[in-house]
Design a protein around this ligand. Structure first.
Ligand SMILES: [Zn+2]
Length: 298
């Protein structure tokens, strides 16, 4: 018998996994879909006890099992305390999770909600204290973004406003628009060829290293250089992909008009094209809320 996610083999609570389960429960209670939760867990590399990716049915089973609230169902169908299990969710939250899964209108509700209130920065926000991921905290209409370490919390709306302002400032700057125009002139095929060449280069380096013609430090730095060229070419392809929704040689006004008319998923795609990560620092480490938000550009 394998152990259940959230508890160690001896039945005590595994604090890291228990935190993960509480986050999952809050996501579901806040109206998040199982599918979006799976995407988030996969993006963060969170795995089940058997090392597999999570799926929506497995999440549902884990979150609705009475065990997670320290309960069990008797032969007569009564819900009673399970003296052998330390609870992970409090009973109230667990019941809300079960209600959410039992609600037949849930799917419709979730997709409406997902369209009106998407989270543009999924998987991108890092805690300035510990470097861990930060998540929107779903208090019904997720008002904060919180780190699991508990050291860093920020209000969601002003934080998002700051990120969007910085993203738009970047993609409307003459430097960025010129680089985009140059990339378009080269075309995606050019960058695909660059990627092929850097992959061939890496293979050739490994052959030389295997044959003893170069030593490890030379091979490592040559492989790193080829990887950098490849990453830059992939970034250019992503930028060209974004530009397909814009007029040729877009101006700053074109980009702003595009943003205002864009669907949320297209906005999110643009953010992903330019933003590598967003780090949020503690309030005491900055003079103002915008200063707490630091973007690492791609
Ligand atoms: Zn932290």
């Amino acid at each position: 018998m394998s152990r259940a996610y959230g508890w160690t083999a001896d039945g005590s609570v595994d604090s890291v996994e228990a935190d993960e389960l509480r986050d999952m429960a809050e996501w579901i209670v806040g109206g998040g879909s199982g599918k979006s939760l799976v995407a988030r867990l996969n993006a963060d590399g969170v795995r089940t006890v058997s090392g597999k990716p999570w799926s929506a049915p497995v999440i549902k089973r884990a979150l609705t099992n009475p065990r997670i609230a320290g309960k069990q169902v008797t032969k007569d169908g009564a819900l009673v305390d399970n003296p052998n299990v330390e609870p992970i969710l409090d009973e109230r939250l667990w019941k809300r999770v079960c209600d959410r899964y039992a609600d037949p209108d849930r799917q419709q509700f979730v997709s409406r909600r997902a369209n009106s209130e998407p989270w543009l920065l999924s998987g991108m926000v890092r805690c300035g204290h510990c470097g861990g991921p930060m998540y929107p905290h779903w208090n019904g209409n997720y008002k904060t973004v919180s780190a699991r370490c508990g050291q860093v919390v920020i209000q969601q709306k002003p934080m998002l406003r700051e990120v969007v302002e910085q993203v738009l400032a970047r993609v409307t700057s003459p430097m960025w628009l010129d680089a985009l125009a140059a990339a378009e002139d080269n075309g995606a095929d050019h960058y695909r060829a660059v990627i092929d060449m850097s992959e061939e280069r890496t293979a050739a380096i490994m052959v030389d290293y295997g044959a003893g013609r170069i030593d490890k430090s030379v091979a490592d730095s040559a492989v790193a250089a080829a990887a950098k060229v490849k990453a830059e070419a992939e970034q250019k392809i992503a930028e060209i992909g974004f530009a397909t929704g814009l007029p040729a040689r877009p101006t700053a006004d074109d980009v702003i008009a595009w943003w205002e008319a864009a669907r949320e998923r297209d906005r999110r795609a643009l953010v992903q094209v330019v933003v590598d990560s967003v780090t949020v620092t503690k309030p005491e480490d900055a003079d103002s809320l915008p200063d707490r938000v630091r973007i690492t550009w791609k």
